[in-house]
Design a protein around this ligand. Structure first.
Ligand code: PLP
Length: 350
């Protein structure tokens, strides 16, 4: 049976050109700052993002953790979205390792209302953990891959400036946001102090994320990366496909967005499934299966048995992610299977 894997854009495999680049990469010891391929990638990333410096790390989770630590002091409080990846999916590193107190703000369509952020800032007094950082996520995963627009970020920036806070962006999929709005990625990055983005998702690299910010911030981040055990030696083998990703893999994200649209519109027509098409802005589709009368877990298992792989993200919601390797033909095939399986489920229950 053929598999159509829509669980995540992390399942993308490196291109032939990436494998070739790995084979031919010029290498050195990056802990000494001597891997020319890593240095080239970091310079490229900093320039693309309009910041002074950048640093390659093994994963998005480590990128976020290092950034939390480099932006704060232990015992500070940090404003996070209640549905943010940092809060929900990073094993509590924000508290366990970074020693920070999360102050949670609810997102609407992935966006935290600036007035609610302002209300959540802890006053400076004897009792409070001082708030020093706001974190946003773009695109916002649990909100369905929605784009936080440059104008929205600017509104949060104003609050940050008024209260002398730093603003950090978990930009794991920031290039999806830039491609969706057809604007330069700097439109998003210029309003934040620092950010991270992932090479290992839609950009198709096997490994890696990049932290970007001021020279001073990255110097601090480098020490923390070393402390966490993330100092890598001939990391050029990771950086080489990253260079190709930044040169050649960004524009094609548009294809993933078209496929997500196609998928979402098809799902919305199936009895028992609900999709909020307003949230389908990039490569993620969230779908409510409540109307079928089965749990999201059961739905995932039923589709898995038919070769369509997806993830459940709550008891009633499932997530589909499009990526390189999924063509429009695969979407049509997946939709036919899902329609058939949904019909079977409805018949069993009537
Ligand atoms: C995937 C993801 C991360 C973490 O990246 P890993 O490389 O899987 O650790 C962080 N934030 C968001 C929004 C993500 O989607």
């Amino acid at each position: 049976m053929r598999r159509i894997d829509l669980r995540s854009d992390t399942v993308t495999l490196p291109t032939e050109e990436m494998l070739e680049a790995i084979r031919n990469a010029e290498l050195g010891d990056d802990v000494y700052g001597e891997d020319p391929t890593v240095n080239q990638l970091e310079e490229m990333a900093a320039e693309k993002m309009g910041k002074e410096a950048a640093m390659l790390v093994p994963s998005g989770t480590m990128a976020n953790l290092i950034s939390l630590m480099a932006n704060t002091r232990r015992g500070d409080s940090v404003i996070l979205g209640v549905d943010s990846h940092i809060y929900r999916y990073e094993v509590g590193g924000v508290s366990v390792i970074a020693d920070l107190l999360p102050i949670l703000v609810k997102e609407k369509m992935g966006f935290m209302d600036p007035a609610e952020i302002e209300a959540a800032i802890q006053p400076v007094d004897l009792y409070r953990a001082p708030t020093t950082l706001i974190c946003i996520e773009n695109t916002h995963n649990r909100a369905g891959g929605v784009v936080i627009t440059p104008q929205q970020i600017e509104q949060i920036r104003r609050v940050a400036d008024e209260h002398n806070l730093r603003l950090y962006m978990d930009g794991a999929r920031i290039f999806n946001a830039a491609v969706a709005l057809k604007v330069d990625v700097k439109e998003f990055t210029r309003h934040v102090d620092n950010l991270m983005f992932c090479l290992s998702k839609g950009l198709s690299c096997p490994i890696g994320s990049i932290v970007v910010g001021s020279r001073e911030f990255i110097d601090r981040a480098r020490k923390i990366r070393k402390m966490l055990g993330g100092g890598m030696r001939q990391a050029g083998i990771i950086a080489a496909p990253g260079i190709i990703a930044l040169e050649k893999m960004i524009d094609r994200l548009e294809e993933d967005h078209r496929n997500a649209r196609l998928l979402a519109e098809g799902l919305a027509k199936i009895d028992g499934l609900k999709v909020d098409l307003r949230t389908v802005q990039t490569n993620i589709v969230m779908c409510d299966v409540d109307g079928l009368g089965v749990s999201a877990e059961t739905f995932v298992e039923r589709l898995k048995a038919r070769g369509v792989l997806i993830n459940s993200i709550s008891s009633s919601r499932v997530r589909f992610v499009t990526h390189r390797g999924i063509e429009s033909g695969d979407i049509k095939e997946a939709l036919a299977i899902i329609e058939d399986e949904a019909r079977k489920i409805r018949n069993e229950r009537s």
